[in-house]
Write a protein that binds this ligand. Structure first.
Ligand SMILES: Cc1ncc(COP(=O)(O)O)c(C=O)c1O
Length: 374
């Protein structure tokens, strides 16, 4: 081992999470697993391979065309949906790699039809309706017109699906808004069916939070992201599906020293020892994706004990207070996320400590950290 900071990816836990999601929503629905941003930092290719080989999911979802191409190059044959509209110059590659594209307005549909005509290709599309997230999507009252346009004027496009994305499905206090989004979506879907003359094969709205809390959103397909990796979408999200963490983040102590009271630690001298204590240095920093906001706020586990991060997190190293009698030696394992003895640090705890969400922390994890698949 040439670098002791590593991510241990728990393939068995992730497979169990996907099985639990399937059991929850039922086998009659398609399960799309979102593996964008390199599988939320866990490694899209190995996880998609596992999901395909073990028949754990039916579709995959990505954010970008290169993400889809990477999966195809790795032998993934599952249907792949790009969850947001492609720009015109991304379309030919997407079609060549059999990516199902999101269409959200007439110009985009026409551009895709033009690329299909020029390349001799065909494209399946899912029409995205903006019911309140205000990110991408056609307004609900224009969805029927767009569907009619695609069906009548874009012969190389097949309208395979219609979907929307929910903004507060993890916040019970805002269930009224989720209800409003769903009623706007229902009206849009009716208009799409009437204009197209048929019901698209897939009608979908549910993200992880909606899988956990809003059964009426499950429709013909659900789009599970973060719960597949064993994390909950937010502090108020329902805990209705049993999940196990998809990763542990580990390192080792690289240096131990005793400092006297009054000695400061790390850049900026933001922490000063109030008593003599032993300080452990850990070779992990924001170069690995450990947020600098954890400076003086986060903690690691060493030999079953919780050790606060002291001073500023550096690019490659972080110091922890081992306590005056800390019995810790160079080489001892450090748990950044995961369990040691009776103590556990979750991705949820780490993200709440710095006021963010597990999604963002997963995306911080850099390439320098080796992923060890178990
Ligand atoms: C359109 C769409 N569907 C589903 C998801 C999955 O979200 P989650 O990880 O909350 O399940 C995302 C992620 O951002 C998304 O953009």
């Amino acid at each position: 081992m040439l670098y002791s900071t590593r991510l241990r990816i728990h393939l068995g836990n992730i497979a169990d999470n996907l099985r639990a999601i399937r059991k929850t929503v039922g086998a009659e629905r398609a399960l799309l697993w979102v593996v964008k941003a390199d599988g939320y930092g866990h490694g899209a290719v190995p996880l998609a391979r596992m999901a395909q080989e073990q028949n754990l999911v039916d579709w995959l979802g990505v954010a970008t065309v290169p993400e889809a191409i990477e999966l195809r190059a790795a032998g993934i044959t599952l249907p792949i949906l790009k969850l947001s509209p492609a720009l015109p110059d991304e379309m030919a590659a997407a079609i060549a790699h059999d990516v199902i594209l999101t269409v959200a307005d007439r110009d985009n549909a026409d551009a895709l039809e033009g690329v299909c005509r020029d390349t001799g290709g065909q494209a399946k599309v899912h029409l995205k309706v903006d019911t309140g997230l205000s990110r991408t999507g056609i307004a609900p009252d224009l969805a029927g017109v767009l569907a009619g346009h695609v069906v009548r004027h874009c012969p190389r496009l097949e309208l395979d699906g219609v979907f929307t994305h929910l903004s507060v499905a993890d916040v019970p206090e805002q269930d009224d808004f989720t209800g409003l989004q769903l009623s706007r979506f229902a009206a849009a879907v009716d208009a799409v069916c009437a204009a197209a003359g048929y019901r698209p094969r897939h009608v979908h709205a549910a993200n992880s939070a909606a899988i956990l809390a809003h059964e009426h959103t499950w429709m013909t397909m659900v789009r599970a992201g973060i719960i597949g990796y064993g994390a909950f979408p937010g502090p108020t999200a329902a805990r209705t599906v049993p999940l196990a963490p998809g990763l542990s983040w580990l390192s080792r102590v690289s240096f131990v020293k005793t400092i006297p009271a009054g000695e400061s630690v790390s850049y900026g001298r933001t922490w000063t020892a109030s008593r003599p204590t032993r300080v452990g240095t850990v070779p992990i920093g924001y170069g690995d994706g450990l947020s600098r906001f954890l400076s003086n706020r986060g903690r690691f586990l060493v030999n079953g004990r919780s050790c606060p991060i002291i001073g500023r997190v550096c690019m490659d190293q972080t110091m922890i207070d081992l306590g005056p009698d800390g019995d810790v030696a160079v080489g001892d394992e450090v748990v950044v996320i995961g369990s040691s003895g009776d103590e556990t640090i979750t991705i949820e705890e780490m993200s709440e400590t710095i006021g963010t969400v597990p999604y963002e922390l997963f995306c911080y994890l850099t390439r320098r950290v080796e992923r060890e698949y178990r």
